[in-house]
Design a protein around this ligand. Structure first.
Ligand code: SF4
Length: 757
């Protein structure tokens, strides 16, 4: 189905000209990633000689995608911006909140009932603001994007870390926090540190049991979980061209596991075929016209070492299947070495469940190859010794897999089809007995396998492999089974050997016409009411934060002086709290509960300067707020590192924290705090951190003269009557200072919208 045709046409009309302009200005050949990035500069700004890995650049993405857990706060914030529609095309996907338990039909009914207030809110807000709403059951965000929206050369952001999946269709697709999504939907820029670029040349061709999944499993082993941080991974070479479009998407999807900003493949025939098969012939034709601009320049491809920051070569002809894990996706073991590795590490090798699917690996190719293994096993009189579960990535995939008989095959070996949703991939699997935390092993074709991620049980050893290897291992029941060399004993006691899997890149009978679950944004949307039930404990309207009253801060009690690492997870925990992502008041009850109090080295136990008792951080913050007091939070190095979670900045603002002072900040969190109107300062002398006492009251002076580069004076009023004055630095620019004065960046946007009405 072709959505956004006008926007895509307009994009390609200017694409070549923009690239030529960038080349002229930079006077050198460009990699594919650079071509796409520089053709998406905000306000068509000129670039001179940007430094990859250090310079910050403003971009204007073509599209925004949000999943249902992150979309709640993003849309609540968007409502505050005073816009009547999203400035760029956007979509919301109901996939994360569906619990897998009994099977697709029952689980869907239960999800629709349990999450009704969230879905009603998202659906009505999407309708009002012209945003596509993909109903529960329609499928998983990244699979839907690939099937419907992604286009070669485009740039998108998504409020989910596996957004890079769209790189399989030649798109720069980046996972961001909700605050970034709101910025782009309101017409602001996306600020990004210009990524470094890793070039991976794929030579040779996959064969036998090896699949696209094994490429990224190997890359994860080579680069480790943070080897791609701040980088785009660009794949090229004849091996890349030999992969299916959906295989490329699998590789890009799982690039998130090496911390990459995103991954990308150049445009080729496989992308054209996929576009045509999914009803987007026009996009394929436009991409074809721009083919030379949708790959790296020839000079880059011939001398990759010269143009990439890091260069790797992988020979696909020699690649064997990998099994990664447990507990981390970069612990890569070639299947031929699994027996000795598992024995050495004493991993439990009896596999209880094999799971295939998710947004990572539920293409037609994946399903058909896994089904060929099952068909072969049935013909050899084998049964599955492990349980077997399938999570289709979309209604489209579910429809064709069922139509073409693959689900029948899976069911013959006891397979259970879950809803078209994330389910076990995000811990939304109500697995029988997992609450008792038994030690056990599962293998899946998803992307992440951190402890508790699959079923909430810290003792589940989760391994990651391709769908065909997962299927073979589920049939054998053993993690150490290698279908390339090993045999199995069938129901008649005979020794048999599985054949190599076979599959189709695209469905021979086509994708078919289905009711895909999209509630299209209405042309004349804007009048409808947004549905929020008044007694909802999951969705709550936001109220604008108060603007700065023009007066210096005085006598602010210290809330907490955090010791050591303080990530966004310490600041705003996930897990149980996910359910309150749309309710600022309720989720604020997790504020800093994971941070260590410097003064007693305990978590969530700090001095309340009003009651003189030790209490939980959120209770103390509320006590100060209720008494009309602001407060100050103090931290150490890289404060707020981790995922870009806007709740970690909204909660302190809601709780009336006026300033956060740290030795240094993680940049995204620092910007998020600034956006929410919290004064974000760093100690000019890091040793001053030691001067902050537990019962200090803090003055922050000179705010009327707040200006870029100008230091701020802080007075520490100690309880013994003594005062100490220290100075703080800040990184505010003029615009960011206006955010502080307006009370938040959104307040400013809303005010400027009012002026334009
Ligand atoms: S299927 Fe897994 S990786 Fe994909 S969006 Fe859902 S939780 Fe994320």
């Amino acid at each position: 189905m072709l959505l956004d045709s006008g926007i895509i046409r307009a994009f390609y009309k200017e694409f070549a000209e923009k690239i030529n302009k960038s080349k002229k200005s930079l006077k050198r050949p460009l990699t594919l990633s650079e071509k796409i990035l520089y053709s998406h500069l905000y306000s068509n700004k000129k670039i001179d000689s940007p430094h990859r890995g250090s310079d910050y650049v403003d971009f204007a993405p073509d599209r925004v995608a949000m999943q249902d857990a992150t979309a709640q706060m993003a849309l609540l914030q968007f409502m505050m911006a005073g816009k009547d529609h999203s400035v760029v095309p956007a979509s919301v996907h109901c996939d994360h909140l569906i619990m897998a338990k009994y099977g697709a039909d029952e689980d869907m009914k239960s999800a629709v009932f349990t999450n009704k207030e969230v879905y009603d809110f998202l659906s009505s807000a999407c309708n009002k603001y012209g945003i596509g709403f993909w109903k529960p059951g329609a499928g998983i965000i990244h699979q839907i994007i690939l099937e419907n929206y992604a286009f070669p050369g485009g740039m998108m952001i998504g409020t989910d870390s596996h957004t890079p999946n769209a790189g399989g269709l030649g798109m720069i697709a980046i996972g961001v926090g909700g605050a970034d999504a709101v910025d782009v939907m309101t017409g602001m820029e996306l600020e990004l540190k210009l990524p470094r670029i890793i070039g991976i040349k794929l030579i040779g061709r996959l064969n036998g049991w090896a699949s696209a999944k094994d490429i990224i499993l190997k890359v994860a082993g080579l680069l480790t979980v943070n080897g791609g941080t701040g980088c785009i991974v660009e794949y090229f070479g004849e091996g890349a061209e030999s992969l299916s479009c959906t295989g490329k998407a699998t590789i890009c999807n799982m690039g998130a596991e090496i911390g990459a900003t995103c991954s990308i493949f150049g445009y080729d025939d496989s992308m054209a075929e996929y576009l045509i098969a999914t009803g987007r012939k026009e996009v394929a034709e436009l991409a074809e016209i721009n083919r030379e601009h949708l790959i790296s320049d020839t000079e880059v491809l011939t001398e990759p070492e010269k143009y990439y920051d890091h260069y790797i070569e992988i020979n696909l002809s020699e690649l064997e299947p990998y099994i990664n894990g447990p507990f981390t996706p970069d612990l890569a073991t070639p299947i031929s070495k699994m027996k000795e590795t598992a024995e050495k590490n004493r991993w439990p090798v009896n596999v209880e469940v094999g799971l295939i699917g998710s947004c990572t690996n539920s293409s037609y190719e994946d399903i058909s190859r896994a089904a060929s293994v099952v068909k072969n096993a049935l013909s050899l009189n084998l049964t599955a010794r492990s349980e077997f579960k399938i999570t289709p990535g979309s209604e489209q995939i579910r429809f064709i897999a069922e139509r073409d008989g693959y689900f029948d095959l899976f069911e013959k070996i006891g397979g259970k089809i879950f809803a078209n949703a994330c389910g076990p991939c995000i811990g939304q699997w109500d697995r029988k007995g997992s609450d008792k935390s038994p030690v056990n092993t599962v293998i899946h074709s998803f992307n992440r396998n951190f402890a508790k991620r699959t079923d909430g049980n810290p003792n589940t050893y989760a391994f990651v492999a391709s769908p065909e290897i997962v299927t073979a291992i589920a049939i054998s029941g053993k993690l150490t089974f290698n279908p390339i060399t090993d045999t199995l004993i069938n129901t008649e006691g005979k020794e048999v050997k599985l054949s190599e899997p076979e599959g189709h890149e695209l469905p021979p009978q086509g994708f078919g016409n289905i009711e895909n679950g999209l509630q299209k944004p209405e042309k004349n949307s804007g009048k409808e009411d947004i549905v929020i039930s008044s007694d909802s404990d999951r969705i709550q309207l936001l109220a604008p934060f108060r603007e700065w009253d023009g007066v210096d801060f005085s006598d602010l009690p210290l809330l907490i002086k955090a010791k050591g690492k303080c990530t966004t997870d310490h600041i705003s925990m996930a897990g149980f709290w996910l359910k309150y992502r749309g309710h600022l008041e309720n989720i604020s009850n997790n504020y800093m509960i994971g941070a260590v109090n410097y003064f007693n080295e305990k978590t969530n136990l700090i001095l309340n300067q009003l009651s003189h008792k030790y209490e939980a951080v959120p209770s103390v913050a509320r006590a100060y707020k209720n008494a009309g007091l602001g407060s100050v939070v103090v931290g150490e190095e890289n404060f707020g590192e981790g995922s870009s979670r806007e709740h970690a900045a909204m909660e302190p603002r809601y709780l009336n924290v006026r300033a956060v002072i740290a030795k240094s900040f993680a940049r995204i969190h620092e910007t998020n705090l600034k956006k929410q109107g919290i004064l974000t300062l760093t100690f000019s002398d890091k040793a001053d951190y030691d001067k902050i006492r537990e019962d200090d009251k803090i003055d922050i002076k000179g705010l009327k003269e707040f200006a870029p580069g100008k230091q701020i004076s802080i007075v520490l009023n100690h309880s013994n009557g003594k005062k100490e004055t220290i100075t703080a630095n800040h990184s505010y620019n003029d615009t960011q200072i206006t955010w502080f004065k307006a009370g938040s960046a959104l307040n400013l946007i809303r005010e400027s919208n009012k002026r334009h009405i």
